[in-house]
Design a protein around this ligand. Structure first.
Ligand code: HEM
Ligand code: NAG
Ligand code: NAG
Ligand code: NAG
Ligand code: NAG
Ligand code: NAG
Ligand code: NAG
Ligand code: NAG
Ligand code: NAG
Length: 550
C-alpha cells in the first residue's frame, strides 16, 4: 500500500504546529482572521477569535453528547466538511470543499440539523476575507483537534473559494452497495484502502440519529433527544475504538451491525479488502491517529482545480491586534494598542517589549514601553494546537504635527535570552493618523421599525488634511442576497459629513450613520478617503470596538 509510507512521513513532520510563517507581513488579509480562529481561541478580544473551539469543548460541546440533546457538535462539524467534499470529482477538477453544501441540505443524501447547526456557528466569522469553505475546513481541523485532545493536528491551508450555488449530488448513502461506494470514493480521490481509513476516521466520533434515520436506529417519540446511537463506545474521543470494536465484533456501530442489513455500509466497507486495513487501524491507536491526520488533511485540501491554497498557516509570532488613535485637547494624539506575542518568542516574566513609532515623515519618535499583566494571555483550547499568547499593551502621546506612520517592535531578553527587532519585513507595522475611526465617539445600536430589526452603526472618524479629498466614506460589506444560504458580498457605502476641526491640528472629525437589516450582519467596516492626491483608508475595523448604546 503506497499510502503507508506517506502516512508515516507525515506523522513525523506534521504532528505539532510549526513555529513560523515564512515572509509573513502584517496585515495579511488572506490569513489574519483564520490564524486567529485557529490559534487565538482564547483571547482578550472578541471576533474573529471568539473561541469557536469552545463550541466543541469536550468534543460534543454544546451538542450535549448522548446526554441531553443526543448531538455531538464536533461530529457534526466533521460530517459537514465531509459532505461538502464528498461530491468532488478529482479527475474533472471540480467540487471539493467549496461550501456548496450550504445550498444542498434539502437533498435526501444530507439529512439532519447537524449542517445548519454548523453553518449557524461559523457564519458569524464569514467575511470578505474568510470564505465559508475555509471555515468549514477549519471546523474539521478544530473538531478533530478537540475530540482527539490534541493528538490529531491537521495542518491548515487557506484559500478555498465559495461556490455560487449547489453542485452535483453524490454523497455516499448507507443503503448503497460496495461497488457504488468504491466508485464514489474513487471519484473523490480515495482508493479502497483510503476509503476504509477515511470512513473509520469519520466514524470515530458521533453516531446515527433515529430522528433522521429511523430505518437504521430506533426513534422512540418524546425521548427529548434525537435518539443517537454512537458508532463506538467513546462518542467524544477521536480514537481507534471504532476499529477495535468492529474487529472484536462488538455490535455497537449501527452502520456495521444494525438491525437493517441493507444499511450496514461500514460493515461492507471495512471488509472491502478482507479486513486488512481495519485490523491495522485496530492494532495501533498511534497508527490510527497518524493515518487519520493524513486522510483528513487530504479531505479538506480537496478543492476545485482552479483554487490555489496558501502554505500551511502557522501561528504568527508577533501580531498587532487592536490599534487606536484619539485626539487630545492640546494638539496631541494619544496612540495606544495591543501586540500579541507567542510565549515561545517572549518570556512574560523577564522580557521587555518596546514600541518604536515613526512620524508621518519617517522620523523616529520617543520609544514606548509595552506591558502585560496577569490575565492578558490566550491561546488554544486543546493541547498541541499552538503556542500560548501574551498580549502586551502600549500607549504614547505624539504631536499631531509629527503624526504617525508605522512602528517597529523590540523585545529585549526574549525567550531565547536575546534582543530581537521585529520590523514586519522591513517597513515596520503600518499605522497611520491619516484616517482612523474614533471608537470612543462612535456607537452601535439595534432597533426595530415596523417589526423589522436593524443594526445601526454611527461612526466618527479622524481625517487628516480633509481638503485633499473629494469623497470620504464609511463602507460596510453586505451580502448581495440576504436570504440566500450563502451569498457573495457587495458594498454598502455612506458618505461621511464634516463635523468640526480638531483644534491645534490639521485633522477634521467626520461622521456617518449606517442602518441595515440584521441579516446584513456586522461585517468589519472600512473608512476610505479619495481625492486627487490619492487614497487613504482604515480597513476592516471590528464592531467589537464600538460601544453599544441601548
Ligand atoms: C460510505 C460512506 C459513508 C456513509 C454511508 C456514511 C453514513 C453516515 C450516516 C448514515 C451517519 C448518521 C448521520 C446522523 O444520523 O446524523 C453518519 C454520521 C457521521 N459520519 Fe458518515 N458516512 C460515510 C462516510 C463518512 C466519512 C468519510 C466521514 C468523515 C471523514 C464521515 C463522518 C461522519 C460523522 C463525524 C458522523 C457523525 C455525525 C453526528 O454524530 O452528528 N462519514 N455517516
Ligand atoms: C432497511 O433499509 C432500507 C434502505 O433505507 C429500507 O428501504 C428498508 O425499509 C429498511 N428495512 C427495515 C426493516 O427497516
Ligand atoms: C467475529 O465474527 C466473525 C464472523 O462471525 C468471526 O469469524 C470472528 O472470529 C469473530 N471475531 C471475534 C474476535 O470474535
Ligand atoms: C506557553 O503556552 C503553552 C500553551 O498555553 C504552555 O503549555 C507552555 O507551558 C507555555 N510555555 C511557557 C514557556 O510559558
Ligand atoms: C500608559 O502606559 C503606561 C506604561 O507605559 C501605564 O503606566 C499607563 O497606565 C498607561 N496609560 C493608560 C491610560 O493606559
Ligand atoms: C498644518 O498644515 C500646514 C500646511 O501643510 C502646516 O504648515 C502646519 O504645520 C500643520 N499643522 C499641524 C499642527 O500639523
Ligand atoms: C453615537 O455616535 C454618533 C456618531 O459618532 C454621535 O453623534 C452620537 O452622539 C452618539 N450617541 C451617543 C448616545 O453616544
Ligand atoms: C445614530 O445616528 C442617527 C442618525 O444621525 C441618530 O438618529 C441616532 O440617534 C444615533 N444613535 C445613537 C445611539 O446616538
Ligand atoms: C436570493 O436567495 C433566495 C434563497 O436562496 C432565492 O430564492 C432568490 O432567488 C435569491 N435572489 C436573487 C436575486 O438571486
Amino acid at each position: 500500500m503506497a499510502w503507508t509510507r506517506t502516512i508515516l512521513y507525515s506523522a513525523l513532520s506534521s504532528y505539532l504546529w510549526h513555529p513560523a510563517n515564512a515572509d509573513y507581513v502584517w496585515p495579511n488579509e488572506e490569513i489574519d482572521d483564520l490564524e486567529a480562529i485557529l490559534y487565538e481561541q482564547q483571547s482578550i478580544f472578541g471576533a474573529p477569535g471568539s473561541d469557536l473551539a469552545s463550541f466543541v469543548s469536550g468534543c460534543s460541546g454544546f451538542g450535549e453528547g448522548t446526554r441531553g440533546g443526543g448531538r455531538n457538535f464536533g461530529a457534526e462539524w466533521l460530517r459537514t466538511a465531509y459532505h461538502d467534499m464528498a461530491t468532488a470529482d478529482v479527475n474533472a477538477g471540480t467540487g471539493g470543499v467549496d461550501a456548496s453544501i450550504m445550498f444542498e441540505t434539502d437533498r435526501p443524501e444530507n439529512p439532519g440539523k447537524g449542517f445548519s447547526e454548523t453553518f449557524g456557528i461559523f457564519s458569524g466569522a464569514y467575511t470578505t476575507r474568510t470564505s465559508m469553505a475555509d471555515l468549514l475546513a477549519a471546523a474539521a481541523v478544530i473538531s478533530v483537534g478537540t475530540c482527539s485532545n490534541g493528538k490529531v493536528i491537521i495542518p491548515f491551508k487557506a484559500g478555498r473559494v465559495d461556490a455560487a450555488g449547489p453542485g452535483p449530488s453524490g454523497v455516499p448513502q448507507p443503503q448503497e452497495d460496495l461497488a457504488s461506494h468504491t466508485a464514489s470514493f474513487a471519484r473523490q480521490g480515495f482508493d479502497v484502502s483510503e476509503m476504509i481509513a477515511l470512513v473509520a476516521c469519520g466514524h470515530s466520533i458521533g453516531g446515527v440519529h433515529g430522528v433522521d434515520f429511523p430505518e437504521i436506529v430506533p426513534n422512540p417519540p418524546n425521548t427529548g433527544t434525537d435518539n443517537m446511537v454512537t458508532f463506538d463506545t467513546t462518542n467524544d474521543d477521536f480514537d481507534n475504538k471504532v476499529a477495535t470494536e468492529f474487529v472484536a465484533n462488538i455490535t455497537q456501530n449501527p452502520l456495521a451491525f444494525g438491525q437493517n442489513e441493507t444499511t450496514r455500509s461500514d460493515f461492507r466497507i471495512f471488509n472491502a479488502d478482507g479486513g486488512k486495513v481495519i485490523s491495522q487501524l485496530a492494532a495501533s491507536n498511534d497508527y490510527f491517529l497518524s493515518t487519520c491526520t493524513t486522510m483528513l488533511e487530504r479531505m479538506i485540501n480537496t478543492v476545485p482545480r482552479s483554487v490555489k491554497l496558501t502554505d500551511v498557516l502557522n501561528p504568527i509570532a508577533v501580531k498587532p491586534r487592536n490599534l487606536f488613535i484619539t485626539p487630545n485637547a492640546d494638539g496631541t494624539l494619544y496612540v495606544n494598542g495591543f501586540i500579541r506575542i507567542t510565549n515561545t518568542t517572549v518570556d512574560a516574566s523577564k522580557s521587555q517589549v518596546f514600541i518604536h513609532p515613526k512620524s508621518r515623515s519617517g522620523k523616529p519618535l520617543p520609544v514606548a514601553t509595552a506591558t502585560t499583566k496577569q490575565g492578558m494571555s490566550g491561546g488554544c483550547d486543546y493541547p498541541n494546537c499552538g503556542p500560548g499568547l501574551i498580549f502586551y499593551m502600549f500607549n504614547t502621546t505624539i504631536s499631531a504635527e509629527d503624526g504617525i506612520s508605522s512602528f517597529t517592535i523590540e523585545i529585549q531578553n526574549d525567550a531565547a535570552g536575546k534582543t530581537s527587532q521585529y520590523d514586519n519585513g522591513g517597513s515596520g507595522f503600518p499605522f497611520s493618523d491619516a484616517i482612523q475611526p474614533l471608537f470612543s465617539l462612535s456607537n452601535q445600536t439595534q432597533l426595530t421599525v415596523d417589526n423589522v430589526n436593524y443594526n445601526q452603526l454611527n461612526v466618527t472618524a479622524l481625517v487628516l488634511n480633509a481638503e485633499d479629498f473629494s469623497d470620504i466614506s464609511l463602507i460596510i460589506p453586505v451580502p448581495v442576497n440576504f436570504t440566500a444560504p450563502l451569498s457573495p458580498w457587495t458594498q454598502s457605502k455612506v458618505s461621511m459629513k464634516p463635523l468640526s476641526k480638531v483644534p491645534g491640528t490639521n485633522h477634521t472629525l467626520y461622521t456617518a450613520s449606517w442602518k441595515a437589516e440584521l441579516a446584513a450582519r456586522t461585517h468589519p467596516f472600512d473608512i476610505v478617503a479619495t481625492g486627487n492626491k490619492g487614497t487613504v483608508s482604515s480597513l476592516y475595523n471590528t464592531w467589537d470596538n464600538v460601544p453599544f448604546v441601548f
